[in-house]
Design a protein around this ligand. Sequence first.
Ligand code: NAD
Ligand code: GLY
Length: 367
Amino acid sequence: MNAQTVSIELKERSYPISIGAALFDDPLSYAALAPASSALIVSNTTVAPLYADRLAKALQGRYARIHQVILPDGEEFKTWETVNLIFDALLQHGCDRKTVLFALGGGVVGDMTGFAAASYMRGVPFVQIPTTLLAQVDSSVGGKTGINHPLGKNMIGAFYQPLQVVCDLDTLKTLPARELSAGLAEVIKYGPIADMTFFDWIEVNLDALLARDPAALAHAVRRCCEIKAHVVAQDERESGLRAILNFGHTFGHAIEAGLGYGQWLHGEAVGCGMVMAACLSERLGLVNAALVQRLKALIQKAGLPVIAPQLSPTDNAGRYLELMRLDKKALGGDIRFVVIDGPARASMRGAPDALVREVIDACCLRL
Ligand code: NAD
Ligand code: GLY
């Protein structure tokens, strides 16, 4: 399979996203990087044993010193303490301003490595090598980096673009099935917000995607990256349009924080959150029930939960609302939701608490 390239156009911060097989351990994938004396590979305890040495070998001719830092694995470790391990490694190895960080892993490793790169010496270069479907179709692209706070998801961070993104589809062969499904949530997301032809394609090709058919995965990753690149190029820092990429995330982040990070996978929470956001869109009179049902059916078929969890035994909807008021899109305590207001069209708006409570009640599992 030939590698394909999607470009993300951000003037002097533009960069290529390479998509294909046998890419991450090919020295040619990094041929365009400027010379530097050292590199730091950042990975975790699951991904490093699989791929870190192969990456180090591919980088050998390019950097005199290649260091590795291996982080604990899990959303619950997306914290200050873990980012500090990256700073510790950078300082202990005497890394300078040209040291290149290589984020080898899923979205958690990518978000933390990007944040460390944005902060170390006020900014050093970094490369994203996403090894989950979710990271290949979403988190490695667009420059959102950061960590969680116990009170809110991804609350501390920076916009900081990588030098390049290398999506090696071969790495998806070792991904657990549950993680593949989680990634499909973000793939499905691009349909209702941007491209219903792609949504139709996912419906037809879902079994091939679940079976990790290389051609199907290549098409999905490329189309998602194209859509994301197009959105980010217009609104890099989310002053408006980029918020559509957060479809399902307001409810989803409440699920993740409310249950405790790591209980539901991010993609699972987003999948269920999209069902909730679609229900809200329907109750606001923006879309018909048929589209909501189609979306719900696809999310379920992808192996994702569609019934939302209880977050409180006493005032469940109240707890959701409390958590959602901490969402980054909220203004002055007013929650703003990404809703679909037609096929392949999304926008951001508020909704009366009473209506949101109805949606939560309707979507939650009753004990
Ligand atoms: P993750 O990084 O936790 O990876 C999922 C699991 O798969 C981990 O256990 C990981 O070690 C393992 N893994 C990774 N690659 C593997 C491989 N090839 N083979 C075997 N195991 C592998 O989770 P994720 O779903 O990749 O990312 C979720 C994170 O991304 C969340 O923190 C979310 O907030 C963030 N995110 C960020 C953005 C953004 O724009 N920056 C967008 C979406 C999501
Ligand atoms: N994942 C949402 C964004 O990058 O904006």
